[in-house]
Ligand binder design. Structure first.
Ligand code: FES
Length: 149
């Protein structure tokens, strides 16, 4: 079925095209300005967690925690100490999850695998998960960024 009259006039169509183009141009000019004004994400220097939340862990158990806006994992070692990892894949920064049945970390983005100590064992991740330092201070666990040696 052919309409006798168009719903949009040629002028309306061209005005819409021009407005869309101008809007895109303004947005592309403003974006770098906004990026320079808004500071980039800076991860925390440390996170403090109640130690009582982790006292019940058995050696080898892994529990997630929030490393600011990113996931983190704490693993209880056989000697009673803790090891912490940032739960961000070293391939392309996807979040990893812990698979208790396999005792491994898994990145679903490209089928990347890490062992329970955070070492990259399969898939594309080029390096191990980033480690964090865990120190018990009173009733708290303090998790800090490891400084590169
Ligand atoms: S981002 Fe994790 S395997 Fe690619």
């Amino acid at each position: 079925m052919k309409l006798k009259t168009s719903l949009y006039s040629r002028r309306k169509f061209l005005n819409g095209l021009l407005a869309g183009g101008l809007g895109s141009l303004v947005a592309s000019l403003l974006y770098p300005l906004l990026r320079s004004v808004i500071p980039p994400y800076k991860e925390p220097d440390e996170v403090r967690l109640p130690g009582a939340d982790f006292n019940g862990l058995e050696p080898g158990d892994v529990r997630p925690f929030a490393w600011d806006i990113k996931p983190g994992f704490i693993k209880k070692n056989s000697d009673g100490t803790f090891t912490a990892f940032v739960g961000v894949c070293t391939h392309l920064d996807c979040n990893v999850s812990y698979v208790p049945a396999e005792k491994k970390f898994f990145c679903a983005c490209h089928d990347g695998w890490y062992d329970a100590d955070g070492r990259n064992i399969a898939g594309p991740p080029p390096t191990p998960l980033r480690r964090l330092t865990v120190v018990a201070e009173g009733a708290e666990l303090v998790i800090r960024k490891e400084t590169p040696a």
